[in-house]
Design a protein around this ligand. Structure first.
Ligand SMILES: N[C@@H](CCC(=O)N[C@@H](CS)C(=O)NCC(=O)O)C(=O)O
Length: 214
């Protein structure tokens, strides 16, 4: 199995955690030609990472990949429980992918003060914080995000939060986490796989930032 991705990619980290927790052997490869290139789009039509190649089958979108992998390799279930439990896990994963992380991503284009549009940047920084605050209403640490077992919901957030912690100070901001998210973070970072992948993604990002971010 090939996982197209790179170490700094938070969405790739999410899938790496899932594969590692399940003990699945895979090779991580950078997207041929780079992401969003015509060459890579022949493999993954949207040009995004991560994408997973399993034999002749290729699929992208981190939450879709996660569901595919969990269905194909059910031995260590990462969507445990009832249909309702799985729907809640999916809701949290999608909340990350569609509602939270995109605001962090949209700040990347404002790193250079010469081209920064401060009002746009502030809008995304404020929205990112709002969406973290909103999480206090969305789950009850049990101690995991959706109950007493780790699930796909838990894997969506760690690398994104780690990135936000090191990246937002570039804009003079610090992320504030409410009591539920803070308690959940303490639990999830105790998992050695989650910690190892999050730390490696964080280190890759720090190396990238220290090299000038080019
Ligand atoms: N919704 C996608 C987001 C993936 C994503 O945005 N990946 C970034 C790198 S971390 C990317 O490929 N960006 C290239 C692009 O947007 O064209 C997922 O969950 O896989």
């Amino acid at each position: 199995m090939i996982l197209y991705g790179i170490p700094v990619s938070t969405y790739t980290a999410k899938v790496r955690m899932l594969l590692d927790l399940k003990g699945i052997v895979y090779e991580m490869q950078p997207p041929p030609g780079g992401y969003s290139t015509p060459e890579y789009m022949k493999i993954a039509p949207l040009g995004t990472i991560p994408a997973l190649k399993d034999g002749d089958f290729v699929i992208s979108e981190s939450s879709v990949i996660s569901n595919y992998v969990d269905e194909k390799f059910p031995d260590v279930p990462m969507r445990p429980g009832t249909a309702q439990d799985r729907a809640k896990q999916q809701f949290m994963a999608i909340y990350h992918d569609l509602w939270l992380e995109p605001h962090l991503r949209r700040t990347f284009g404002h790193v250079d003060p010469a081209t920064r549009v401060q009002s746009e940047l502030d809008g995304h920084l404020d929205k990112f914080q709002d969406r973290i605050d909103k999480m206090e209403e969305l789950f009850e640490p049990g101690p995991f995000m959706c109950g007493d077992q780790i699930s796909v919901a838990d894997l969506a957030f760690p690398a994104t939060f780690s990135l936000a912690d090191i990246f937002l100070p570039v804009f003079g901001r610090e992320v504030r986490y409410g009591p539920k998210v803070s308690a959940w973070r303490e639990t999830i970072y105790q998992n050695p796989v989650v910690k190892a992948v999050t730390d490696s993604s964080k280190q890759a990002t720090l190396d990238w930032m220290n090299s000038g971010g080019g």
